[in-house]
Design a protein around this ligand. Structure first.
Ligand SMILES: O=C(O)CCCC[C@@H]1SC[C@@H]2NC(=O)N[C@@H]21
Length: 249
């Protein structure tokens, strides 16, 4: 159990022993909930990943969603996953773990995924109603057999367990710090730091999109968060959504 003391963290935390998905729960309450409220659960029975994938969420991991209501133009929302990934990298560093970010929002240690981020929201053309930032960090949880080659956990990397509450508190602190930079509009600075941790810039990659697969070298990330890929035929392409693979068989 997370054994939360909300007074220590100083914000509203909804702690659940079990829930289908903290993101789904957050969506249900977001319209009337205050900004910054965090939903955290010991177990998710229907943890969701990007592209409707299942996110394995047994006891021992950190499964949480934070409700945000930034007063920004919706075009800046993609940057929220960048600040989340940065907050995770900084949190892991506090535990002596060096990590990298795989565009758009996977955090890797030694090439294996340790954290996934799922951002969902409600917004119109000009106004953001709310954003749910869902973060899943493998901390002390067992990984499913089929993920052993591609995923890892803090426990696996360090060789011992760390208290979930410590990871949670550090992550909230880092998220708050990065969110403040975001609200100040310091996007360039955020992106600059994000790039320092990029696992893919300068590397040959395959991008799997809904329209098929493109291969090339990841050149850069533009100011809107799109990946700039130099294809094998030399043509530059901006990619807004897709899964990056660094594996070539
Ligand atoms: O890498 C991905 O595909 C994103 C995974 C996001 C998982 C987190 S766990 C907490 C929150 N609730 C969910 O159902 N998903 C996110």
């Amino acid at each position: 159990m997370l054994n939360l003391n909300t007074k220590i963290i100083g914000r509203k935390i909804i702690y659940l022993q079990e829930v289908d998905s903290t993101n789904e729960f957050a969506k249900g309450i977001a319209p009337q909930e205050e900004e910054g409220t965090v939903i955290v659960a010991d177990i998710q029975t229907k943890g969701k990943g990007r592209k409707l994938r299942v996110w394995s969420s047994p006891k021992g991991g950190l499964w949480m969603s934070i409700i945000l209501k930034p007063n920004v133009h919706p075009k800046h929302l993609t940057k929220l996953v960048f600040i989340s990934a940065l907050a995770v990298v900084e949190t892991l560093a506090e535990f002596g773990i060096e990590s990298k970010i795989k565009w758009p929002n996977d955090v890797l240690v030694g090439g294996k995924k340790i954290c996934g981020i799922l951002s969902e929201g409600k917004y119109s053309e000009n106004r953001v109603e709310y954003v749910i930032l869902g973060l899943g960090i493998n901390v002390n949880n067992e990984l499913p057999k089929e993920l052993k080659d591609t995923a890892t956990s803090i426990r696996e990397v360090l060789g011992f367990e760390v208290p979930l509450i410590d990871v949670f508190k550090k992550l909230i602190g880092k998220l708050d710090k990065e969110y403040l930079q975001y609200l100040k509009g310091n996007y360039e600075e955020i992106l600059g730091r994000w790039k320092m941790y990029s696992a893919i810039i300068g590397k040959r990659v395959r991008i799997i999109t809904d329209d098929g697969e493109i291969a090339g070298v990841a050149i850069d990330i533009d100011e809107n968060g799109a990946l700039i890929l130099k294809q094998n035929n030399g043509v530059l392409e901006r990619i807004y959504y897709g899964d990056v693979s660094l594996r070539f068989s």
